[in-house]
Design a protein around this ligand. Structure first.
Ligand code: FAD
Length: 473
C-alpha cells in the first residue's frame, strides 16, 4: 500500500530521513504539502511569500524525478483522512516540528490516525540533535549556550543521506490544488524589490551557496561576521528554516572545511559550526520551555513597565527612528526580507531598551518581515536581546547603536546603502526602500532625515532607572 509523506519545514530531497522512511515501506510514496490552519496562522507576509517560492522549486525537483507534489489546503487530520480514502494509503510519515502549536496538532493527528488503523511515524529531518537527546549531567536541559556547545561539538553525526534515485510514484494520483490559487504572495506588497533579491531559492541554490561559503569565505567568517558592510556569512538561514538544506549537511561541510583549512581559517570554520549550533540551542530551549515563544522566559520581567506598542514602535518598524544604524537595519529587512545578525541585535536592543517597548511587538514584526523566520531562533533572539531570556545579554548592557556602527560599519557603507535622506547621490538600495514601502507611510527620499525618536543617553538612563526599580522590588 502507498505511504503519504507529509512535507513541512523539510522541503528537499537530499539528506531527508522522511523520504528514506517512506521509501523503505516498499510501496508507492505520495508527497503532500498541507496548508492547514496551524501553518497558515504562523505565516507572516515574507515567510508566506518565501514558502511559495520554495514549494514551486520543490515541486519542480519532484516532477523531474517522475513524481508529483500534491498540495491541499484544509484541516490537517481531515485532509489526511481524505487522502487516505482516495489513495488507499496505510501509512503517513512526517518530520517533527517543535513549536507548541505544531506539536499539539501532530500529537492529535498521530493518535487519530493510529485509532483509524493507519501507521503514523515521525522522524527528525530538521535538527542535528533531538532536543531531548542533549542533557546535562543531572539529566536536565541546558539553559546556557556554552556548555551546550561543549556537549555537542565532538558529536559523531552520520553522513548525510543521498538523494533517492527513485521517488516511487503511485500509479494513480489524488488531485492537487494549484499553488498559484493559494496566493502565498498576497500579503507581500514589497513587489519586485524582494523578488529580485531571492531569484535563487530552493535546494540546489542552498547547496550552491554552501559550496561557495565553505570553499573560501568561511575562513574569514570569524573576523568579519559582525561587519555590517560585508557579505561574510553563509546566508543559509531561510534555506535552513524551510529545510531546503539539512543542518547535518551544513555541519559536515563546516567541519570538513575546519579540517582542510589550517590555523586561523580552521578556527573560523569551527566558529561557523558553533553558530549553527545556536539554532540547535534555540530548539532545545523551545522544546523544554515552549513559553519562550510568547512569555518572558524569566517571569520577574512581567513586572517591568514595558511600553505597549506605541508611536515610537511604529517609527521603529518604519525605519525612521532617526538613529541611522537602526533605521538601516529596519529598512534592509523590509526590502530584502533579511537583516544582518549584528543589526538584528542592535535594533532589538534599541526597541526594548531605548524605547522600552515589549519585545513581543518586535518579535511579531520580524515574524512578518523575515524570509528566514523561524519560531525557535526568533523567540530566542528577542528574549536574548531584551534580557528576559535564558543566557541573555544582561538588561543593563545597552547597545549604543552609534558606537556599534563605528566599529562594525567603519566607512558608513552599510548606513549609506539604506539611508537616502540628505545624501547627494543616494544608493539604489536606499531608493528601492522608498519604492517598496506603503504609500500610507507618506515618506520620500527628499525628506529631511528624522530627528532621533529619543536621545541615546536619555533612553539609556530611562531604561536603567526602570531596571533598577525592578531589581529593588
Ligand atoms: P550565519 O552566520 O552564516 O550562520 C549559519 C546558520 O547558523 C544560520 O543560517 C542560522 O541557521 C544559524 N545561526 C546563526 N546565528 C544564529 C543565532 N544567533 N541564533 C540562532 N541561529 C543562528 N535566525 C533565523 O534563522 N530566523 C529568525 O527568525 C531569527 N530571528 C532573530 C531575531 C533576533 C532579534 C536576533 C538577534 C537573531 C535572530 N536570528 C534568526 C539569528 C541570526 O540573526 C540569523 O540566523 C542570521 O543572521 C542568519 O544569517 P546567516 O544565515 O548568514 O548566518
Amino acid at each position: 500500500a502507498a505511504t503519504i509523506l507529509w512535507l513541512r519545514r523539510d522541503l528537499r530531497l537530499a539528506d531527508h530521513p522522511g523520504w528514506a522512511a517512506a521509501l523503505a515501506g516498499g510501496g508507492p510514496v505520495i508527497p503532500v504539502f498541507l496548508l492547514d490552519p496551524v501553518t497558515e496562522r504562523q505565516l507572516g507576509a515574507a515567510p508566506a511569500w518565501r514558502l511559495g517560492q520554495s514549494l514551486a522549486d520543490l515541486a519542480g525537483s519532484i516532477r523531474d524525478k517522475g513524481s508529483r507534489l500534491v498540495l491541499r489546503r484544509g484541516d490537517a487530520l481531515e485532509t489526511l483522512r481524505a487522502l487516505i480514502a482516495e489513495t488507499g494509503a496505510r501509512r503517513v510519515v512526517w518530520s517533527r516540528l517543535y513549536d507548541s502549536a505544531s506539536r499539539e496538532r501532530d500529537t492529535a493527528v498521530k493518535a487519530a490516525l493510529k485509532a483509524d488503523g493507519i501507521a503514523a511515524e515521525s522522524v527528525n529531518a530538521h535538527l542535528l540533535f533531538e532536543p531531548w537527546e542533549v542533557a546535562t549531567k543531572t539529566g536536565s536541559f541546558y539553559k546556557v549556550y556554552t556548555p551546550f556547545w561543549k556537549a555537542v561539538r565532538g558529536a559523531d553525526l552520520a553522513e548525510p543521506l543521498v538523494t533517492p534515485p527513485d521517488l516511487a510514484p503511485p500509479g494513480r494520483w489524488p488531485a492537487s490544488e494549484d499553488l498559484a490559487d493559494w496566493r502565498l504572495e498576497a500579503a507581500m506588497d514589497r513587489g519586485a524589490a524582494i523578488v529580485a533579491r531571492h531569484a535563487a531559492v530552493g535546494e540546489a541554490a542552498a547547496r550552491g551557496r554552501l559550496g561557495w561559503f565553505t570553499g573560501e569565505a568561511i575562513g574569514r567568517y570569524r573576523a568579519e561576521r559582525d561587519r555590517l558592510d560585508r557579505d561574510a556569512t553563509s546566508r543559509l538561514s531561510a534555506a535552513l528554516s524551510l529545510g531546503e538544506i539539512s543542518a547535518r549537511t551544513v555541519w559536515h561541510a563546516g567541519w570538513r572545511a575546519a579540517g582542510r583549512l589550517g590555523g586561523g581559517a580552521s578556527a573560523a570554520a569551527e566558529s561557523f559550526v558553533s553558530e549553527l549550533v545556536w539554532r540547535e540551542f534555540a530548539y532545545h530551549l523551545l522544546h523544554h520551555t515552549p513559553q519562550i515563544e510568547h512569555r518572558n522566559w524569566r517571569q520577574e520581567w512581567d513586572a517591568f513597565p514595558w511600553a505597549a506598542d506605541s508611536d515610537a514602535a511604529e517609527r521603529w518598524r518604519q525605519g525612521r527612528t532617526g538613529i541611522e544604524a537602526v533605521d538601516a537595519g529596519m529598512r534592509e529587512m523590509y526590502v530584502t526580507g533579511t537583516m544582518h545578525n549584528r543589526a538584528r541585535m542592535l535594533v532589538a536592543s534599541f526597541l526594548t531598551k531605548h524605547l522600552m517597548v515589549d519585545w513581543r511587538a518586535g518579535e511579531a514584526w520580524f515574524r512578518d518581515c523575515l524570509v528566514d523566520w523561524d519560531p525557535a531562533c526568533n523567540a530566542m533572539g528577542w528574549q536574548w536581546a531584551a534580557g528576559t531570556g535564558p543566557d541573555a545579554a544582561p538588561f543593563f548592557r545597552v547597545f549604543n547603536p552609534e558606537t556599534q556602527a563605528a566599529k562594525f560599519d567603519p566607512d558608513r557603507r552599510y548606513r549609506d546603502r539604506w539611508i537616502a535622506e540628505g545624501r547627494a547621490a543616494p544608493h539604489e538600495d536606499a531608493l528601492s526602500w522608498f519604492g517598496a514601502i506603503p504609500r500610507g507611510w507618506g515618506l520620500s527620499p527628499g525628506d529631511a532625515y528624522p530627528a532621533p525618536v529619543v536621545g541615546l543617553a536619555e533612553g539609556r538612563e530611562r531604561a536603567l532607572a526602570a531596571y533598577k526599580k525592578l531589581r529593588a522590588a
